[in-house]
Design a protein around this ligand. Structure first.
Ligand code: ATP
Ligand code: MG
Length: 577
């Protein structure tokens, strides 16, 4: 973590945090002396995909609340479903959490660390008559469960003896039965108004290889059983999860209450639900993100259009901007969708402060200054960030042949076009005023270059330095410019809520924006960027914020546009205000 990050995190004391309802609960608990004044949270990803911006919200919340309250936060992999999990995901998740600026110290855990313990707990439940082995098929279990309006029916296996249950459960563990033949169920209440309490399944048979425990187990605990008990064993105080688990809370509490772990030492974790993050023009579920990757609709999990942490990072987002975003959206009890313009606003604010300004011409048009001496090179001084003078200045080369942006010249412009036109004048940023004398075209009538003259007195320090012309353009010296590929991005989806009409059978991939990636292969950047390192970020004057991509196309630098300069969020806000 950089000094800057460290400072920012340590400054986030409880007083600074916008008070959210979870902080209020924690504050009350601290005041009443609950959990002996301890605050201990965890971030519990399932290692079955890459993390996305929704997970970032959960990470910021869990690590942030712990830090703000003098507590601890664990990283725990919820690896109870071996068929879908992989070590590759474990590594990427750890890297993502670290990159976001958080540290679990030595508190890295896996639910699979507790498999032995969880098995012991299950045997105990059986001995106390609180769990039984059930031979109904998955479909029968569903049938017997009843509905919201009808109570369930008891399984014919519900009243097996403790001895029989213990024997069968052990044999399940020993691999004597095929997948799906039997399950272990909690014996709770088949008439409960909460379907989760109608004898939920605690263990299933699954003969599959686990990325950590190998082939040791062929029965695996269900999430609803493993999760509360993992929390308990780690002495978690506040177990923060998303709203869809609210209906599971009674089962969470049942497990904590009925399993005989050392409550004196570990206390009782409390589940608290908050609304998950949804973003406009984006899908967020791992399943859908995986589909985009597998169908080749994006270039990979770290495609800069993906809402994954890896994608946002490659796009050029900073951890500071993402943390700022997570803080601004706050936590609520009701699901809602956040405007993606707010995320873009956060990175723009961050980079506006610290990104050096440089000149890059995305779609070049050649300009020859006919009255400028051939072979002359003048190194002109320009500021690195006009808003941050302490960022200093640099020298840029001016020569007879330059490039400007194609769209900065129009032969027959409308009235308010303040850029270059035949006979018109503009200032070249930190250089001279030029006037367009002649438009050179090829056989097809395409403009290939402009012949201009310059006013030698118009540069900084000269007698005409303050002569006013309407437009100022960015430019690069033809001789010095460095060829680059520039990738421009737009929203991945055309629709604000691409998964809205799913129930009606709409396929979210049909709303993909076919123009979400535009690749410019002829761009030119100023020579100071020659050895710009991967992940360095710049403002290209008048074009937006860009980051150096790890790719090199034919040895050329590749830049991703992070965001344009226009702040649509600020506009939305001012309209509302
Ligand atoms: P998905 O639905 O995208 O597959 P998940 O909930 O299955 O996500 P997990 O790996 O189980 O993914 O999530 C780890 C943690 O991140 C959980 O505590 C979960 O509640 C939280 N989380 C997941 N998605 C979001 C989201 N969109 N907003 C906030 N928190 C989220
Ligand atoms: Mg999950």
């Amino acid at each position: 973590m950089s000094d800057r990050d460290e400072k920012k995190l340590s400054q986030e004391t409880a007083e600074d945090l916008p008070v959210n309802f979870i902080q209020s609960i924690i504050s009350q608990d601290l005041q009443s002396g609950k959990n002996q004044g301890r605050v201990h949270t965890r971030f519990p990803p399932e290692p079955n995909g890459y993390l996305h911006i929704g997970h970032a919200k959960s990470i910021c919340l869990n690590f942030g609340l712990a830090a703000a309250n003098g507590g601890l936060c664990n990283l725990r992999f919820d690896d109870t479903n071996p068929s879908k999990e992989e070590t590759e995901y474990v590594e990427s998740i750890k890297e993502n959490v670290r990159w976001l600026g958080f540290d679990w110290d030595d508190r890295l855990y896996y639910a699979s660390d507790y498999f032995d313990q969880l098995y012991e707990f299950a045997c105990q439940l059986i001995k106390e008559g609180k769990a039984y082995v059930c031979d109904l098929s998955a479909e029968e279990i569903r049938e017997y469960r009843g509905t919201l309006t009808e109570p369930g029916r008891e399984s014919p296996y519900r009243n097996r003896s403790v001895e029989e249950n213990l024997d069968l459960f052990e044999r399940m563990k020993n691999g004597e039965f095929p997948d799906g033949a039997r399950v272990l169920r909690a014996k709770i209440d088949m008439a409960s108004p909460n379907l989760n309490m109608r004898d939920p399944v605690l263990y299933r048979i699954q003969h599959s290889h686990h990325h950590r425990t190998g082939d040791k187990w062929c029965i695996y605990p269900m999430y609803d059983y493993a999760h509360p008990l993992s929390d308990a064993l780690e002495s978690i105080t506040h177990s923060i999860c998303t709203l869809e688990f609210a209906d599971h809370r009674p089962l969470y509490d049942w497990c904590v209450e009925n399993v005989d772990y050392d409550k004196e030492t570990h206390g009782r974790p409390q589940q608290i639900e908050f609304a998950r993050l949804n973003l406009t023009y984006t899908v967020m579920s791992k399943r859908k993100l995986r589909l985009l990757v597998e169908k080749g609709l994006v270039r990979g999990w770290d495609d800069p259009r993906m809402p994954t942490i890896a994608g946002l990072r490659r796009r050029g987002y900073t951890p500071e901007a993402i943390r700022d975003f997570c803080e601004r959206i706050g936590v609520a009890k009701r699901n809602s969708t956040v405007d993606i313009a707010l995320l873009e606003h956060c990175i723009r604010e961050d980079l506006n402060q610290r990104a050096p300004r440089v000149m890059a011409v995305l779609r070049p048009l050649k300009v020859v200054i006919t009255n400028y001496p051939e072979n002359q090179v003048e190194w002109l001084t320009t500021e690195n960030n006009a808003e941050q003078p302490e960022m200093g200045t640099r020298e840029i080369p001016f020569t007879r042949e330059l490039y400007i942006e194609q769209e900065d010249f129009m032969e027959d412009p409308p009235k308010k076009f303040f850029r270059l036109r035949p006979g018109g004048e503009v200032r070249l940023k930190s250089a001279y005023i030029i006037q367009c004398q002649e438009v050179i075209k090829d056989d097809q009538g395409q403009i290939i270059e402009l012949h201009c003259t310059y006013d030698p007195d118009s540069k900084s320090g000269g007698p005409n330095a303050n002569r006013r012309v309407k437009g100022t353009l960015h430019w690069v010296s033809a001789q010095h410019a460095i060829p680059a590929e520039v990738r421009l991005y737009d929203h991945l989806f055309l629709k604000e809520n691409p998964d809205d009409d799913e129930e009606e059978g709409a396929d979210f991939t049909s709303f993909i924006n076919p123009h979400s990636l535009e690749i410019l292969t002829e761009s030119l950047v100023e020579p100071s960027l020659a050895s710009a390192p991967v992940e360095s970020r710049y403002q290209f004057l008048r074009q937006g914020y860009f980051v150096v991509d790890p790719d090199k196309t034919n040895g050329k630098l590749v830049f991703n546009r992070i965001v344009g300069l226009r702040d649509t969020w600020a506009k939305i806000k001012s309209k509302e205000g």
